[in-house]
Design a protein around this ligand. Structure first.
Ligand code: FES
Ligand code: FES
Length: 173
């Protein structure tokens, strides 16, 4: 087992994990952050996308030990003070989901995309989201939502601040 300390959605956690534990498994099974979902076993679908130090990563392709000492933001940490993140609001307004399974990853990738490029063209949005698959093929409204969020200056929305330090979950205390 390896001891890791990771800030997730603004809260610091210290846990013992097996070296082979994937970040997505740690988030879901140890921390109960089931908003981050698993949609494939080939690192293809992007449903598991989270931010690692503000950059989007597929959490099924990252080991939990690689997140040691870093900050992770999941879909559950985007809303602040009971207010949806502008990208979440835009997905809602523009009906950018059908079954919703891809939505957590789509939203996280969209936020990272807008943080890097606050005023993307439609093609840049499509290119930026090419690592995220929607089995319901709802791409049109997803792109519409991201463009609307860009118009709303969603790229300026910050990652969550640390709320409490030293909270320990799961592992030996
Ligand atoms: Fe991670 Fe599909 S579950 S890419
Ligand atoms: Fe169903 Fe995208 S809305 S997978």
């Amino acid at each position: 087992m390896s001891r890791i300390t990771v800030e997730v959605d603004g809260v610091s956690y210290s846990d013992d994990v097996e070296p082979r534990t994937l970040l997505v498994q740690y988030l879901r099974e140890t921390l109960g952050k089931t908003g981050t979902v698993i949609g494939c076993d080939t690192s293809n679908c992007g449903a598991c996308t989270v931010h690692l130090d503000g950059r989007s990563v597929k959490s099924c392709s990252v080991l939990a030990v690689q997140a040691d000492g870093h900050a992770v933001t999941t879909i559950e940490g985007l809303a602040t003070g009971g207010e949806l993140h502008p990208v979440q609001r835009a997905f809602n307004t523009h009906h950018a989901l059908q079954c919703g399974y891809c939505a957590p990853g789509m939203v996280m990738s969209s936020c990272a995309l807008l943080a890097e490029n606050p005023d993307p063209s439609e093609q840049e949005v499509r290119d930026g989201l090419e690592g995220n698959l929607c089995r319901c093929t709802g791409y049109q409204n997803i792109v519409k939502a991201v463009l609307a969020a860009a118009a709303d200056d969603a790229g300026a929305a910050p990652e969550p601040e640390t709320q409490t330090a030293g909270t320990t979950s799961g592992g030996a205390q």
